[in-house]
Design a protein around this ligand. Structure first.
Ligand code: SF4
Length: 324
């Protein structure tokens, strides 16, 4: 299979992840995935707490519930940082262009995307709820379609693979948006057909109609429509049953050329995958091998085989059993 080239996605990154010792306690968080991805992506670092004038080190801050509202409080100084943080977040995010994804620090009252503790008062107390942090929550609100994760969830292989597929597909589609050419849109759609089929059959059909410009609309409108449905298609990870459906479709391209033993072996491998006893890559590897052997150019270009750079493919889940 020819080496694929990928555009470099633009990723907004919590600055304390691998880049700067800007945490409240003056520490840096090491993260192997962030380090590795830096070879293939452009990072846009941000530390909202430093940006609103809190120094390093600084007294910790927490989310505190006040009636129906949640405030961002620094208990040691009794400062209410809510408005400052809201203003910074809206201002920073509304000035971003060409963003494909976000990797944020998990459980931070500022950068966290979910499960950040809310306390009933500034003083020591037990948490009464959980929510997104102030900056993280604004990211979710203003960038609903891009790849957004926190470094905690990215330790899961399945979540990481979904994040990377979405991130690199988004970066690739951004190039199509820039070119504004219908030929680039149809090319993109053709190359992503099986990847999109794995994500959503329904959206694949809609996207196919848009790429074929059946509604005969201006290219700008078609691209905007396509982007909306692409986001919808990739909103959640692909399911095992959908991956099997794609395996079966691709298998159909070769079934006449394969021996009965090869066919048998493929069907057994798919069955083992269905039962969760072998990884997704077992059946994928067989199909990839046949695409190369039978020199099927169309299949060899499919993003389903290489949704992101090959050296980002990993086989382990940090600290967890591997998810097949
Ligand atoms: S979690 Fe966010 S606000 Fe906190 S140190 Fe990291 S980048 Fe800064």
């Amino acid at each position: 299979m020819p080496m694929k080239t990928f555009p470099r996605p633009n990723v907004v990154l919590s600055n304390c992840l691998e880049l700067s010792a800007c945490r409240y306690n003056g520490q840096l968080v090491h993260d192997d995935f962030v380090k590795k991805l830096s070879q293939h992506a452009n990072y846009i670092p941000v530390c909202p707490e430093v940006a609103i004038g809190l120094g390093v080190p600084r007294f910790p801050i927490r989310m505190v519930s006040q009636g129906k509202d949640v405030r961002l409080i620094q208990p040691a100084t009794k400062s209410d940082l809510t408005e400052k943080m809201r203003e910074f977040s809206t201002n920073f995010l509304s000035h971003l262009n060409d963003v494909d994804g976000f990797i944020l620090k998990f459980r931070s009252p500022t950068c966290g995307l979910k499960d950040v503790r809310i306390y009933p008062k500034a003083e020591k107390s037990a948490a009464v709820g959980k929510a997104a942090g102030f900056f993280g929550g604004k990211v979710l609100e203003m960038f609903p379609g891009v790849a957004i994760e926190d470094e905690g969830r990215l330790r899961s292989l399945k979540i990481r693979e979904h994040f990377l597929s979405k991130l690199f597909t988004h970066a690739r589609f951004r190039e199509v948006m820039k070119s504004g050419k219908i030929a680039d849109l149809t090319g993109f759609h053709a190359d992503c057909k099986f990847l999109l089929m794995a994500y959503s059959q329904k959206e694949l059909k809609t996207l196919g109609n848009i790429a074929a410009n059946r509604a005969r609309q201006e290219i700008k409108g078609a691209l905007t429509d396509y982007e909306t449905h692409l986001h919808d298609a990739m909103a959640t990870p692909s399911k095992r049953s959908s991956n099997i459906n794609v395996f079966t479709h691709i298998f159909g391209y070769f079934s006449k050329q394969l021996s009965s033993k090869e066919k048998q072996f493929f069907l057994e491998t798919v069955q083992l995958y269905r039962e969760g006893r072998v990884p997704f890559t077992s059946a994928l590897g067989l199909l990839k091998g046949w695409a190369i052997r039978f020199q099927d150019e169309y299949l060899m270009r499919q993003a389903f085989f290489n949704p992101f750079p090959v050296d980002l493919v990993e086989w382990t889940d940090a600290g967890r059993p591997i998810e097949l």
